[in-house]
Write a protein that binds this ligand. Structure first.
Ligand code: SF4
Length: 79
């Protein structure tokens, strides 16, 4: 019996969480969004896809892993 690895939306580049990244938690992949605005000033009107429903079984094929963040001391040296 093979065990498939499950993916989590929180580790995906398409996921944005409130309140810092977006107004509403959800999937901001264009094909999953019921309401999309092209202009940046209309960003508040965007309606994200329901990530819990789309990735219910943890097998979303559109999952794209977020790049790993650098440790604090490396970010400090880079600035
Ligand atoms: S539903 Fe899929 S594409 Fe959307 S945030 Fe979750 S894993 Fe990413």
């Amino acid at each position: 019996m093979s065990k498939k690895s499950r993916v989590r939306c929180e580790t995906c580049t398409h996921f944005r969480s409130a309140p810092y990244e977006a107004r509403i938690n959800g999937c901001y992949l264009e094909s999953n969004m019921p309401g999309r605005q092209k202009d940046a000033f209309l960003d508040e009107q965007q309606i994200p896809g329901n990530h819990e429903k789309i990735n219910l079984r943890g097998d979303c094929s559109d999952h794209q892993a977020r790049p790993a963040s650098l440790p604090f001391w490396k970010r400090l040296l880079a600035s």
